[in-house]
Design a protein around this ligand. Structure first.
Ligand code: HEC
Length: 103
């Protein structure tokens, strides 16, 4: 019992310390990987180039998604993808993709 409380507290403090929650990001990012091709970083469909996100810089991903969401960066598909994401979703997704390859 005591042990589980300790683990719980450790998890909570870990979440507070990092802006993005990797585990939650992995859940949200499930749809993204259909195009962004993890773990092989390429996809037979769509056959056009899709940028690799795994191991990408966290801040870079956050900035890119916010730019798509606000329309600063124009791309129909990614605007639709980013449009429904909250700031927290974006932080979580960025933490997840940035964590890939570091483990
Ligand atoms: C239907 C296919 C598709 C899906 C699904 C998709 N993307 Fe993308 N994504 C693309 C393409 C194509 C580009 C390149 C767009 C461009 O040139 O601006 C891109 C670009 C990006 C970039 C910019 C990368 C760079 O190097 O500039 C980020 C970040 C990104 N996507 C994140 C996501 C996230 C997060 C999700 C899930 C919420 C997602 N994408 C879902 C196709 C997709």
């Amino acid at each position: 019992m005591k042990k589980s409380i300790l683990i719980g507290l450790t998890l909570i403090s870990a979440n507070v310390m990092s802006a993005g929650n990797i585990e939650n990001g992995e859940k949200i990012a499930y749809t993204c990987t259909g195009c962004h091709g993890i773990p092989f970083y390429k996809n037979p469909y769509p056959s056009y180039h899709v940028p690799r996100l795994g191991g990408q810089n966290e801040t870079y991903i956050i900035n890119a998604l916010k730019a798509y969401r606000s329309g600063d960066r124009g791309h129909g598909t990614m605007k639709a993808q980013a449009g429904s994401l909250s700031d927290q979703d974006i932080a979580d997704i960025a933490a997840y993709f940035a964590s890939i390859g570091k483990k």
